[in-house]
Design a protein around this ligand. Structure first.
Ligand code: C2E
Ligand code: CA
Length: 770
């Protein structure tokens, strides 16, 4: 809007102005121009303040317009109203000139800092020389000839100086900078400045030679130059940056420089042809121009290498930055990998390797005592089996969180520590203390803390942990041993029944125990059964008649090097390593053979008790084998009493029911061994087809001293009677026990008081031949 308004106003102004001129009505034309520029000057100043722009070039342009309007007015006054003194006229005329110089200076200053100083100095010097040389050449004449008065000379000098400086400033600025995009407003201003300066210089030239024609076309061009300033305002947009100068002083403008140099050259040539200039100055200017161009090349070269250096520096810096960035990224990646390698991905705790490594470092640090708490979740496998591994993982994660919280709350205030996940559901904590009481306190509180059920989604899990403790340096001096021992203690703690504590300290006993166990395993695997095994028989009697009713077969193992090893010790190991079936088979055959021999030789109907491992009951060939041996050894099943512990009978109660019936149908006797130590109710036994209860030695032991025990034994005998079962008391060692059992109507008796387990030959001698 503003743009078109200004444009149209200018066109109208110039059409009217030219028309008036052509119609020889200069009076009106001049009058019009006074008001036109005055109005525009005021308008520009007003707008500058209204838009609260910083005191800019526009304010100076506005002032310049007003002063030039004033000049026009004085000019008009001199021409049409009353002639004025020449030097006064020139003085007034000097004012806008001064402002034009100011505009140039502002403009120059605005971009000065972004110049190559060397280039600028060179360009400035060259232009300074050219401009003043020409001025000197053109204007020196009137000075020397003295055709002008002194005031006029002084005024002229002022104009020459101001216009010369303006041209120098503008030209050197244009020379030095490469203009990529010269904003239109600035293009117009620069054009205005140039025209104005040339017009001024020409005017002075003519004026000094008294050949200036008042109201001629020079005045029109002068007005035109002013209108460039006003017009430029039309295209100026507030807030927009006219970033006109780029690549200050680069070589790319060298061509333009050459062109300008040629232009100057041609201009001089024209001046020579017009006879204004002589050939002498022409040669000088030409020489200077050549020197200037040569210097330019040198400056350019210097500048180029400087630029290259800067570029190289920049490249290096960028490269450095890039390398730095990459290094940083690599470091991050490395840290991440390191973390992943050292931590358990599920729980975020240290993994096994890291835990071992740090423990190792701890040992290397010196004689700082510490303990390893080794923990294992008690019923974790069940969760994994029933709810799947995802749930299992969540449980582990929760457990790890609980451990971490425990460490922070309870351990950290006492001692430094760290935790690791060692295996599936196994965790270990290293604590910097070996104080017994502290460790007991911690073990108990961590077990208590984890007794609380864990809730995940809608599920509630009661897990519990078992805990083993080993101590450095007392228990062991290497990481491997410390972990193994703590694990071992944990393993034994787990075996403990719920009434016992679920933690254990490692002791050397434990390792001796393990070593002996391992040794027995090895011996068992290599045992020659016929050479090393034998069977002892312990007699069983009717409590009232004291008649022999049978015997219990008890294994004996006499190792050639290690001597006697109790069945109580080796039978569980044989069960564990799967040798029990083989051993049982050996026992069965031996006992079948023996009972046949005795019962036939002595015409007896004695019953032999054989201990049956619960694993044998699971064995598919158990019944067929029994049948086979009955045939092989010609044994009556009634002679055989199969002793099945209360514990194994209860464990497989459903299948047992069927098995007991089958055995009973075949004619075998079945006794429940060690009765009273477990937790089976008698009524539960009703469904089993059994013949006899063997009351456990533990109950008999205190029957004399503890009336409660006596009551229990009494109850067992009474209820067994009610169920039609016989009762036999085991481990009867004294006659007092015997008397009490007799009064309680126990049926049968087995114990040292009447006979210890003895070899078959002794048995025969002691109980059969008698
Ligand atoms: P058990 O079935 O409870 O056997 C009774 C144990 O008590 C025997 O120990 C016997 O010697 C002992 N005993 C009997 N009367 C007395 C007494 O008055 N005082 C004392 N202190 N002890 C008495 P033994 O022979 O050491 O057998 C230990 C365990 O080994 C047996 O306990 C039985 O469970 C197992 N066992 C023995 N032989 C065999 C076998 O051939 N097969 C299987 N599977 N297990 C066997
Ligand atoms: Ca037994």
């Amino acid at each position: 809007m503003k743009k078109y308004f200004y444009l149209i106003t200018h066109i109208i102004f110039f059409i009217i102005f030219i028309m008036l001129k052509l119609m020889h009505m200069s009076f009106y034309a001049n009058l019009m121009s006074i008001f036109f520029f005055l109005t525009l000057g005021i308008l520009i100043i007003y707008n500058t303040f209204k838009n609260s722009e910083p005191i800019s070039i526009w304010l100076v342009i506005g002032i310049m317009l007003i002063t030039s309007s004033l000049t026009d007015f004085v000019w008009f006054y001199n021409g049409y109203i009353h002639p004025l003194d020449g030097s006064l006229l020139l003085s007034v005329f000097a004012i806008p000139n001064f402002f034009i110089l100011l505009i140039s200076a502002i403009y120059f200053k605005k971009y000065y800092k972004r110049r190559n100083v060397l280039q600028l100095t060179l360009d400035f010097s060259f232009i300074l020389f050219i401009v003043f040389f020409i001025i000197f050449e053109l204007y020196l004449d009137p000075f020397i000839t003295g055709s002008a008065n002194i005031e006029l000379l002084m005024a002229s000098s002022f104009f020459l100086l101001v216009s010369g400086l303006t041209l120098i400033l503008m030209s050197s600025m244009i020379f030095t900078a490469k203009y990529e995009k010269l904003g239109l407003p600035y293009f117009l201003i620069i054009t205005g400045i140039y025209i104005f300066s040339f017009v001024t210089l020409y005017f002075i030239y003519l004026y000094m030679r008294e050949s200036y024609v008042y109201d001629g076309w020079l005045d029109v061009v002068y007005l035109l130059s002013i209108s460039f300033f006003t017009l430029s305002y039309a295209f100026f947009k507030t807030g927009k940056t006219y970033e006109t100068v780029v690549n200050y002083g680069e070589f790319s403008n060298f061509t333009s420089k050459k062109i300008l140099a040629v232009f100057y050259f041609l201009m001089l040539l024209v001046l020579i042809l017009l006879d204004i200039l002589t050939i002498g100055p022409f040669v000088i200017v030409s020489l200077i121009t050549i020197i200037y161009l040569y210097a330019n090349i040198q400056v350019h070269k210097a500048r180029m290498s400087e630029l290259e250096l800067i570029q190289e520096k920049e490249n290096n810096q960028r490269l450095e930055e890039e390398v730095g960035k990459r290094t940083h990224e690599l470091k991050d990646a490395y840290e991440h990998l390191k973390y992943q390698a050292s931590h358990d991905s599920l729980t975020g705790l240290y993994n096994r390797e890291t835990f071992l490594k740090y423990t190792c470092q701890h040992i290397k640090k010196g004689n700082q005592p510490f303990s390893i708490l080794y923990m294992d979740l008690d019923r974790f496998k069940v969760i994994n089996d029933i709810h799947g591994h995802t749930m299992g993982d969540r449980v582990l994660k929760k457990m790890a969180d609980l451990f971490s919280a425990f460490i922070e709350d309870k351990i950290t205030p006492i001692a430094t520590s760290f935790i690791g996940r060692i295996g599936g559901d196994e965790f270990a904590i290293l604590i910097n203390t070996t104080d017994y009481d502290t460790l007991i306190h911690l073990a108990e509180s961590i077990i208590d803390a984890l007794k609380e059920p864990i809730i995940i989604d809608n599920f509630q899990f009661s897990l519990g942990i078992s805990l083993g403790i080993s101590r450095y340096p007392d228990d062991a001096k290497t990481v491997e041993e410390l972990i193994r021992y703590a694990d071992l203690a944990m393993y034994h703690a787990k075996e403990a029944t719920s009434s016992q504590s679920k933690y254990l300290f490692y002791t050397s006993h434990l390792i001796q125990h393990i070593e002996r166990r391992n040794n027995i395993e090895l011996l068992l695997r290599n045992a020659d059964y016929d050479q090393q095994f034998s069977i002892n028989y312990q007699p069983q009697f009717d409590i009232h008649s004291k008649n022999l009713i049978g015997m219990e077969a008890l294994m004996r193992w006499e190792h050639p090097i290690y001597g006697y090893i109790s069945p109580a010790e080796f039978i569980p190991i044989a069960e564990e390593i799967g040798l029990i079936i083989e051993i049982s088979n050996w026992v069965f055959k031996k006992v079948f053979q023996q009972i046949y021999q005795w019962n036939t030789n002595y015409h007896q109907n004695l019953t032999v008790g054989i201990n049956v491992s619960p694993l044998s009951l699971d064995y598919v060939d158990f019944l067929p084998s029994l049948d086979q041996w009955l045939i092989d050894y010609n044994v009556n099943p009634e002679w055989i009493d199969l002793e099945i512990t209360e514990h194994s009978a209860m464990n497989f109660s459903i299948l047992m029911d069927e098995l007991f019936t089958t055995l009973s149908n075949r004619g075998f006797h079945v006794s429940i061994d060690d009765f009273g130590t477990g937790y089976s109710s008698l009524s539960y036994l009703k469904q089993f087809n059994v013949d006899r209860l063997k009351i456990a030695k533990e109950l008999i032991d205190h029957i004399v001293t503890d009336p409660n025990e006596r009551l229990i034994v009494n109850a067992i005998i009474k209820m067994a009677e009610g169920l039609g079962l016989k009762t036999i008391a085991e481990g009867v060692e004294t006659f007092e026990q015997l008397t009490i059992l007799s009064s309680l109507h126990c049926h049968e008796i087995q114990g040292y008081v009447l006979g210890k387990p003895v070899s078959p030959s002794d048995f025969e001698l002691l109980y059969l031949k008698k």
